[in-house]
Design a protein around this ligand. Structure first.
Ligand SMILES: Nc1ncnc2c1ncn2[C@@H]1O[C@H](COP(=O)(O)OP(=O)(O)O)[C@@H](O)[C@H]1O
Ligand SMILES: [Mg+2]
Length: 263
């Protein structure tokens, strides 16, 4: 599905120091994979997703999707088959546009704008059904400006927009971290439902070890740009947040627990 070969990436500070984030990283995301990525701050998690999205360019290495190379493809072209949901709910939606307009925009991503009145009406019904399933009452607010919604509602909408056209890959960068625990749980459940229903290969960065274990079929730990753990489904089922933390500590003696994760 997604293949990353021999990825190298460094950042240079203004003082001239070099930070090597990836030194020859190899990674493969398979069909049916829902991968949780955990790792301490600065491990390279967001950089990895930015490189996949095309927002950061690698120094060297190759990226493939379904065996086609896309290393140098412009990010606006990748947007037609890769979607991302960010930590900040305001990043995935347009505040001064209504819910309907936001959904139409997501729906038309990569297509020519061609909304006739009839199509508009039909689309409204489809969107209403999708929103009704969410159970947040958003179906009654199709003409409400998105800026008036709560953070949780907006993040839910961002998730729906990101998956409306069934992308080939879904990227989630701590997409529940800014939400209260109850809303975070709701978004995680919706994420699972959408990903499973549409069978979208997904990479999810999270700081929540329980979520990392509970959701998905694979768990990866990234440390200093290297994948130091890669648990498959069956191995993952025996994990607990405490076990995971202990494994991490044996691999990284220099990092204190409280700098790392929330259990
Ligand atoms: N645009 C950038 N410019 C300079 N350094 C960066 C940039 N983006 C990331 N880094 C550095 O790369 C390392 C990895 O960052 P990041 O991928 O954001 O880590 P994570 O998401 O795992 O916390 C960090 O040391 C960070 O400071
Ligand atoms: Mg990050």
């Amino acid at each position: 599905m997604l293949k990353i070969n021999n990825l190298n990436k460094s950042f240079h500070s203004e003082l001239g120091t070099e930070k090597k984030v990836f030194k020859g990283l190899d990674f493969q995301l398979n069909h049916g994979d829902f991968v949780s990525i955990i790792g301490s701050n600065g491990a390279g998690k967001s950089t990895l997703l930015n490189i996949i999205m095309g927002n950061t360019s690698p120094d060297s290495g190759k990226l493939y999707i379904e065996n086609k190379e896309f290393t140098n493809l412009a990010s606006y072209k990748r947007n037609t088959f890769i979607s991302k949901v960010y930590q900040n709910p305001t990043l995935g939606t347009a505040p001064s546009m209504t819910i309907f307009e936001n959904l139409s925009m997501a729906d038309n991503k990569g297509k020519k704008f061609n909304l006739t009145l009839g199509l508009n009406k039909k689309k409204k019904e489809i969107y209403k059904n999708i929103l009704t399933e969410l159970g947040l009452g958003l179906e009654k607010q199709l003409d409400t400006e998105v800026g008036l919604l709560s953070g949780g509602q907006r993040q839910c909408l961002a998730l729906i927009m990101a998956t409306l056209n069934k992308p080939k890959i879904l990227l989630l960068d701590e997409h529940t971290a800014a939400l209260d625990p109850q809303t975070s749980k709701l978004i995680m459940e919706k994420t699972k439902k959408i990903v499973e229903a549409n069978n979208i290969p997904t990479l999810m960065i999270t700081h929540n070890l329980s979520d990392a274990i509970k959701y998905g079929n694979r768990l990866i730990m990234l440390h200093e740009g290297k994948i130091i753990l890669d648990f498959k489904d069956s191995e993952k089922q025996d994990l607990t947040p405490e076990k995971l933390l202990r494994i991490f500590q044996t691999k990284n003696t220099t990092i204190k627990d409280d700098e790392l994760f929330s259990l």
